[in-house]
Design a protein around this ligand. Structure first.
Ligand code: PHE
Length: 339
């Protein structure tokens, strides 16, 4: 047994010395140390030895096994080093380690959280609705019947094989939903992602974020609407922002307005975000159309309200000075890490 083991060792070491490729190395490793390898088999035979021989042989066999394994590993390591060197990876233990970076929130999420907080303080309920919506809540309940030209205002993604379902084109889909669920009086905001089939440019993207606001109660007027909008912008920008209100048309508000804010990217001088006009459309708004209140089952003599649709993506751009909407979706860390 002893001489057999020693022979095996010499043979193995001899063969390992001659190895020239990692394939060969694998072969030799299996040949001696594999499940049915020569050394493994020899070790298995130890159990048949006489009791007084066992300890001595056992020790010898283990030493031989360790020596062969050690030598194989050394050669393996050399091979590895050589391939790494070839690939240009030289182990340099003086290099600094790889730092784990901690993620952070996206600018649109940041602005959404901020706006949600501002409205929460004013007593508004926050409700995120579904992104896939029925034709009824996205259009019909908002006074936009089928074949109404207003449907062309928003290029809609319809669901394949489900003509009655759409990717919501706006967060206004929540208006009648919320009034049905909670009744009036109601103060609520609906933040979320909306979808339009639009060509992408510096200020348009197919998915974008809105935050809808709805306040319904007794004697709610345009004065309440303006007061709430002013407080909001003042809180977001921490200063008075110049705004202008001009008439705007949306089938679900009457009267309807467009609230524009002075472009903070260029200070009103004109840039690609404000399309060189100095003003950015920030908030379409108006008083809830009686037809919408009726769809929600409310008495229009008793109740009135205002609604607005805040463009969160654009607001984030104004707040952080982002001059191209595409940056928001670009995955570019140089951009994202600034927030
Ligand atoms: N839903 C409208 C849009 O996305 C915006 C809007 C909301 C207008 C609320 C008026 C009132 O274009």
């Amino acid at each position: 047994m002893e001489s057999h083991l020693k022979q095996l060792k010499d043979k193995a070491l001899e063969e390992i010395k001659k190895i020239t490729s990692s394939e060969e190395l694998k072969k030799i490793e299996t040949k001696y140390l594999g499940r049915k390898g020569e050394l493994t088999e020899a070790l298995k035979k130890l159990k048949d030895l006489a009791v007084e021989e066992k300890p001595k042989m056992g020790q010898l066999a283990n030493e031989i096994k360790l020596e062969v394994e050690g030598f194989l590993n050394k050669v393996k390591f050399e091979f590895q080093e050589r391939t790494e060197e070839k690939a240009g990876h030289v182990l340099d233990i003086t290099l600094p380690g790889i730092k784990k970076s901690v993620g952070h929130l996206h600018p649109i999420t940041l602005i959404q959280q901020q706006v949600v907080e501002i409205f929460s303080k004013m007593g508004f309920l926050v409700w995120e609705g579904p992104e896939v919506e029925s034709d009824y809540y996205n259009f019909k309940s908002l006074n936009i019947p089928e074949s109404h030209p207003a449907r062309d205002m928003q290029d809609t993604f319809y669901l394949k094989d489900h003509a009655d379902w759409v990717m919501r084109t706006h967060t206004s889909n929540q208006q009648v939903w919320a009034l049905e669920k909670y009744g009036a009086p109601l103060r609520a905001i609906f933040p979320g992602r909306v979808f339009r089939s639009e060509a992408t440019d510096a200020s348009h993207a197919a998915p974008f974020y809105q935050l809808e606001g709805l306040m319904v109660g007794k004697d709610i007027s345009v004065a309440n609407l303006i007061a709430v909008m002013r407080s909001l912008l003042k809180e977001v920008f921490k200063r008075d922002v110049k705004v202008r209100l001009r008439p705007g048309y949306f089938p679900f508000v009457e009267p309807g307005f467009e609230l524009d804010m002075n472009c903070l990217i260029c200070g009103g001088e004109g840039c690609k975000v404000c399309k060189f006009g100095g003003w950015v459309e920030t908030m379409p708004c108006g008083l809830v159309h009686p037809q919408v209140l009726e769809y929600a089952g409310l008495d229009t003599k008793e109740y009135s309200g205002f609604a607005f649709g805040l463009g969160l993506t654009r607001l984030a751009m104004m707040k952080y000075g982002i001059d191209d909407v595409r940056l928001n979706f670009s995955d570019d860390l140089r951009f994202l890490e600034q927030f």
